[in-house]
Design a protein around this ligand. Sequence first.
Ligand SMILES: [Fe+2]
Ligand SMILES: [Fe+2]
Length: 153
Amino acid sequence: MNEKLTWQDNWLLGIDALDDEHREMVRLINRLVDDDERVSIQQRVSDLMEHLHKHFHREEAFLRQINYPGYSNHQREHKMEIAEITALLHELESEKRTAITPAFFQNLKYWFLNHAVLEDKRFSDFYFREYKGDLVENMPLAQERSGNQPNDT
Ligand SMILES: [Fe+2]
Ligand SMILES: [Fe+2]
């Protein structure tokens, strides 16, 4: 059974830019088991891959910025996931595989819950504990989003 992920607000980290990307990740994961044939499965997997690349890159930059002590482990988990999806993409390209198996989809959902929800939560907890939001204005993620500065008087 390919039951899709349903977004839950208790998955939020409280860091908007990363949360937005996690929502998009859920959409792209679910899309892998859509019956919609207009977009090939290869294309859908490669879209997910591209999104993961961008997201991991941004998240790792943030972790370096906050001096997250679990950085290397966290980065290793990202690399392992990229390797997993790369292998899938190669299998689809070489036609060793023509569809996403329920087991693969299950594992991907498991990875999302384990990593994007639980592991990412560890660094957001660290961030809010260590910085107490004080440095939010100076964070690249916060800066990118800031159109107006409500604290400026
Ligand atoms: Fe993440
Ligand atoms: Fe992560």
